[in-house]
Design a protein around this ligand. Structure first.
Ligand code: NAD
Length: 394
């Protein structure tokens, strides 16, 4: 890349959670720097965040619409390269659409939108242009998740038979939303979170992880969605039986009322010749087991690891890497892809390894089917192909 890219951010204002993570991740490798933002719908709070991150006040906005219009009017060589959407879910569609239509590449947090119709509209918009659209299913950025994917692709597990996915958190074990906790408040409000609670917030990550590692798609599911905390309007716990393509069986279980759990994401894949197991609380280890009982711990950073995993590590083994670095791996690929397009080059195949708008649409469709299954108490068909030409990278 011949120059450092610039980006703007919508959301991520004072006290927000993921906006700062996006900023750290986007800037970890020195490939991009923030240059504009509409960090809050409150102009004063947006200005405060802009000052905190050292922005020119002229490029800090009180609304994303103002930001899109003003930034699009700049001379091409002084324009932002991409825009990050880090607002609550209900705003993703309008904000992403505004910046795509204004000609910017977009990086959006999950879930893509709150309805399948909106997700499909974004797929069509991206498909009709030359914009990059990345979705931050950041767990696919971990080196040992990339190693897991490589092992599956190499056939080391034989024929895949079962995929076990779980994501357990405990932070919503009480009615935290009633205390005015900002993150809890919108996540439990259907108008801002969408059709699902725990499934939308963390189930979409588990769904993407299963797809990313195995290359399979969900074909049918049967779910039980439960709301444990009295008065809460969305499910805070869900258990799904999942049938994947090729007759593969599995479960996907999420809970945000799993008292004491922090971010307990876990993946296990069982095949005819072996199995793999990965846990977020030991993210630098991937267990590979064979039917004879041998278990091997594959660790990040060693020379013999799969090339995709090796390329996703920055420091030698034993110096812990984690959440920010995994998130940054996704950004590094997106930024290199945008850089290549800016320079009229074809992006490297390896750099196209990031979740796209189509992955996002699959996630939103999965959510709608899971909610429908829970409502009917029955198996539902969950086969789906998003519209528009694919940038299918996962
Ligand atoms: P948050 O409530 O902490 O932050 C949201 C921010 O958006 C706040 O600063 C708020 O002021 C701002 N905002 C609201 N309306 C706005 C508007 N109209 N214009 C500009 N800014 C506006 O929420 P969060 O926990 O950071 O989550 C944000 C998004 O990130 C959600 O979609 C969530 O699902 C996703 N998320 C992803 C991960 C991940 O691991 N990838 C983790 C957490 C959250």
């Amino acid at each position: 890349m011949t120059r450092r890219l610039t980006y703007g951010m919508v959301g991520g204002g004072p006290g927000a959670f993921i906006g700062d993570v996006h900023r750290m991740a986007a800037e970890l490798d020195g490939l991009a720097r923030i240059a504009a933002g509409a960090f809050s719908s409150d102009p004063e709070r947006s200005a405060a965040k802009g000052a905190e991150v050292g922005l020119d006040p002229a490029r800090v906005y009180g609304s994303y619409a103002e930001m899109a219009a003003s930034e699009a009017a700049r001379a091409p060589e002084r324009r932002l390269d991409f825009v990050i959407v880090a607002t609550p879910n209900h705003l993703h569609f309008d904000v992403a659409r505004a910046f795509l239509e204004a000609g910017f590449h977009v990086v959006c947090d999950k879930p893509l939108t709150t309805t399948v119709a909106d997700a499909e509209a974004l797929c069509r918009l991206v498909g009709a242009g030359d914009r990059v659209f990345a979705l931050t299913h950041n767990y696919s950025g971990y080196p040992m998740i990339k190693d897991a994917r490589a092992l599956v692709r190499e056939g080391r597990l034989g024929e895949i038979r079962r995929i076990q996915l779980e994501y357990f958190q405990g932070w919503l074990s009480t009615a935290l939303e009633e205390s005015g906790h900002p993150q809890a408040a919108w996540r439990t409000d259907p108008a801002r979170a969408g059709v699902a609670g725990a499934l939308g917030d963390i189930g979409t990550h588990a769904h993407h992880l299963g797809r990313y590692v195995t290359g399979l798609e969900v074909e049918a599911l049967c779910g039980e969605l439960t709301t444990f905390v009295p008065g809460r309007r969305l499910e805070d716990d869900a258990s799904l039986l999942v049938r994947w393509s090729g007759g593969v069986q599995g479960t996907l279980t999420v809970s945000q009322v799993a008292a004491g759990e922090e971010n307990g994401l876990a993946l296990r894949v069982f095949g005819s010749e072996g199995s793999i197991a990965w846990r977020h609380d030991d993210a630098e280890t991937l267990w590979l087991r064979t039917p004879d009982g041998r278990a091997r711990a594959r660790r990040r950073g060693h020379g013999w690891i799969s090339p995709a995993a090796a390329g996703a590590s920055r420091v030698p083994p034993g110096h812990p890497e984690g959440f920010i670095e995994g998130f940054a791996n996704l950004y590094r690929n997106v930024i290199r892809t945008i850089g290549a397009l800016n320079e009229g080059r074809r992006p490297d195949e390896a750099d196209l390894d990031f979740p796209t708008v189509r992955d996002g649409a699959r996630g939103v469709h999965f959510l709608e089917r899971a909610v429908e299954s829970g409502r009917r108490g029955a198996w539902v068909d969950a086969r789906y192909e998003p519209p528009g030409p694919g940038e299918a990278t996962s």
